[in-house]
Design a protein around this ligand. Structure first.
Ligand SMILES: [Zn+2]
Length: 296
């Protein structure tokens, strides 16, 4: 029981609750994001589980990418590496990016859940080096805004010679590490269900489909024929906006690219579980597809 005498399972707050009280209460797991009182978000608090894992585990390394100066303050673009046990072949490098839209912390929380699960069972990441960027838009995250302090939607600025420091830093990461796969996480408050975009290597759709299937254990799929203005087939979209976070054009061997979208108005803990399930499935499926390809 919490201080106002309700069990954590009760879906509705008590009638006499005030906004001030909510900030001091533990958020019950079924609360939706919009019920959380707005205010400055703390990246430090959200990242604490990553930092604790990095301090305690040989599998997790904290390596922030860059410091960004904005409005007289310094912001870090956080990066964590998860190194799975050695597999049979070359190390597979995957970049996973969340919260490029500052008001979508669901992806970052999904990554906390995912990395915690990998730490408990590192075999899930066998053969992988995972480069994890949980907060790609640290100024927007702090203010709970889609755009960064500069007023830009950073997810329209990639590979157009943008001066935005977050975009430049992430482009350098994508370029330098030559990822085999790029996964981006978003949450969409206009969607009633899960969906995703595929890009890059042809096998991307063979990763997104099983990922959506395992995420469907927690939330429904958006089966509309048009999503976000794009034609969709069973929650899979094959085209997207220009300037989104992806690999540069013209690569000889483009990485697989999968963007996962959760319905933002759904209970937060279900979005977190759906993302965790989807990410684990992508690791398993990609390793399987690579093993099959090697046998051809
Ligand atoms: Zn988004």
């Amino acid at each position: 029981m919490n201080p106002v005498g309700r069990s954590r399972c009760d879906p509705e707050p008590p009638l006499n609750i005030t906004k001030d009280m909510i900030t001091t209460l533990e958020i019950p797991p079924a609360v939706s994001r919009k019920q959380i009182v707005a205010g400055k978000r703390s990246a430090e608090k959200l990242l604490a589980p990553f930092d604790e894992l990095a301090a305690a585990s040989p599998n997790v390394v904290a390596k922030p990418v860059v410091e960004i100066d904005s409005r007289g303050q310094k912001y870090t673009l956080p990066r964590y590496l998860f190194l799975g046990p050695k597999g049979g072949g070359d190390i597979i490098r995957i970049g996973i990016f969340a919260t490029i839209h500052g008001d979508e912390p669901e992806g970052a929380l999904g990554l906390v859940r995912f990395v915690t699960a990998l730490e408990k069972n590192p075999e899930l990441a066998k053969g992988y080096a995972l480069f994890i960027y949980p907060i790609c838009n640290p100024t927007g995250f702090e203010d709970n805004t889609r755009h960064s302090h500069s007023g830009k939607d950073l997810n329209r600025e990639f590979w157009v010679e943008s001066p935005e420091p977050e975009v430049r830093a992430l482009e350098t990461e994508i370029w330098t590490h030559a990822f085999h796969g790029i996964i981006t996480l978003h949450s969409d408050d206009t969607s009633g269900g899960l969906y995703g975009f595929v890009n890059g290597a042809v096998l991307s759709e063979h990763l997104l489909e099983p990922a959506l299937q395992s995420a469907e254990n927690f939330l429904p799929r958006n089966k509309r024929r048009t999503i976000d203005g794009f034609p969709a087939r069973r929650g899979v979209l094959y085209s997207c906006y220009d300037g989104v976070l992806k690999s540069p054009a013209g690569l000889k061997q483009p990485p697989f690219e999968v963007t996962l979208e959760t319905p933002q108005d759904a209970p937060l803990h279900l979005q977190v579980e759906a993302l965790n399930a989807a990410l684990q499935t992508i690791l398993t499926e990609y390793r399987y597809l690579m093993a099959v390809a090697q046998n051809i």
